[in-house]
Design a binder for this molecule. Structure first.
Ligand SMILES: [Zn+2]
Length: 428
């Protein structure tokens, strides 16, 4: 067993900056811990000429800072600072130490704890209250820490958009963020304001110039942005394609509902009752269930338009289940042939949407890249916005995103003080 390290003094035990000497401490009328501390008399570099030496004491100054809470109690340090007169006679200066920046309102340890809180998606407002410092103080520390987050150089990226400000209609427009996500790690590489070709192209050029794969939804702006990269393959995302198919299916169902009943779907209308089960992939239903649904569809819509759209969505799903590119290509042709054969307007429109994306759709089978990591990163981005109750400042939002979603989680682990009991072990 290794020897335990002895603790040097009170200051080290309770009040993190270990270089300080604790003079005394008391609890004030606000139930806060106040610690009077000073540095040991030691050599200091002169701030004027840089000469390191035991400069003579000229006077004392007082510097009060917020520090980490001690045993749950808000703590401030009152640092009795020496004002030193330079040995070389170039004037006076105050002592310095790495733990507390000159003129700071809180210790570096407190600022680090606030940054860790932001990394865990705790709002700035909560943190500033718990430390008794200003909102801007916390945000400055967060922005400084976000600048230090290591830049990723991803080779497989996804692009997607998220809403930044919803705003009221008359006062603010909806504003969007475009996020660039590394598909291998699900980490956010960078974000930019706007959701157009320009912002996406700038993101790619600045942060992923050597990307080989770019996955995006069926938005032509992202595609033309990705085309600005020389040797990147653009992949259209699976989820968005099937989702477009389901939207078309819903449109057919609602149109037929109106044509047959003259009103929107009511609880007992057969088409309305089918609305949820139609969204389930046929591969997840049994043969009998599929047959039963077709029977119900035929009874509900004698023109079979909804049934035709349901088959179309199923054919679309099958394209993505194909084991290789050639099979997928064949299934895509089958899908088109079905659209021509049944001639349902909403579904035909779907074909004109998907048509220009054929290469990108099939590129999925060469790369197996999907936008799933991008959507996962998007959930994190949205949770930051929710925790903060919205953002008006894109720079602040971007800094919070980089801290929370732009780097792997690095929570310090602590040794367990009790072993897993036999009962707990039984559950594992
Ligand atoms: Zn000097």
């Amino acid at each position: 067993m290794s020897q335990p390290t002895p603790v040097q003094g009170w200051s080290e035990l309770l009040l993190a900056p270990p270089e300080f000497i604790l003079i005394d401490a008391y609890i004030d009328e606000n139930d806060e811990l106040v610690a009077n501390v000073e540095l040991p008399r030691d050599v200091q570099p002169c701030t004027g000429c840089g000469v390191i030496g035991l400069h003579p004491l000229h006077d004392w100054r007082r510097h009060t800072v917020r520090h980490l809470p001690v045993a749950g109690r808000a703590t401030r340090l009152v640092w009795r600072k020496r004002l030193l007169a330079c040995l070389e006679g170039c004037g006076t200066f105050v002592e310095r130490t790495p733990s507390i920046a000159p003129g700071a309102v809180w210790s570096r340890a407190a600022a680090r704890a606030a940054v860790a809180a932001s990394q865990a998606n705790i709002p700035i407002d909560t943190t500033r209250k718990s430390f008794g410092v200003g909102w801007n103080t916390v945000m400055r520390a967060v922005i400084a820490a976000a600048d230090l987050v290591a830049q990723l150089r991803p080779t497989r990226v996804g692009i997607d958009e998220t809403v930044m400000t919803t705003g009221r209609l008359t006062q603010r427009r909806r504003q969007f963020l475009t996020a660039l996500v590394c598909l291998d790690t699900s980490l956010v590489v960078a974000v930019a304001q706007g959701r157009d070709k320009g912002s996406a192209a700038a993101l790619l050029a600045d942060h992923a110039p050597d990307a080989k794969v770019v996955a995006c939804d069926l938005f032509s702006g992202f595609k033309s942005a990705a085309d600005t990269l020389e040797d990147a393959i653009v992949v259209a995302d699976v989820f968005h394609l099937v989702s477009l198919g389901l939207t078309a299916l819903d449109e057919v169902r609602r149109r037929r509902q109106q044509q047959i009943h003259g009103h929107r779907g009511h609880r007992d209308d057969p088409l309305f009752r089918l609305r949820r089960v139609l969204r389930v992939g046929q591969e997840r239903l049994g043969e009998d269930e599929v047959a039963k649904i077709f029977d119900r569809l035929r009874d509900a819509d004698t023109d079979d338009e909804v049934a035709a759209a349901w088959v179309a969505v199923d054919l679309l799903r099958r394209v993505y289940q194909a084991p290789d590119r050639d099979t997928a290509h064949r299934r895509l042709v089958t899908f088109y042939e079905w659209l021509v054969a049944v001639d349902v307007p909403e579904v035909t429109r779907l074909a004109t949407t998907i048509g220009p994306w054929q290469d990108e759709v099939l590129a999925f089978f060469d790369t197996r890249a999907s936008n799933a990591p991008t959507e996962s990163a998007n959930v994190k981005i949205k949770s930051i916005r929710r925790a903060a109750r919205g953002f008006r400042n894109c720079t602040n939002y971007a800094a919070r995103i980089r801290l929370h979603a732009g780097q792997p989680r690095s929570l310090p682990t602590t040794t367990r003080i009790r072993p897993y009991s036999a009962a707990a072990a039984a559950y594992r």
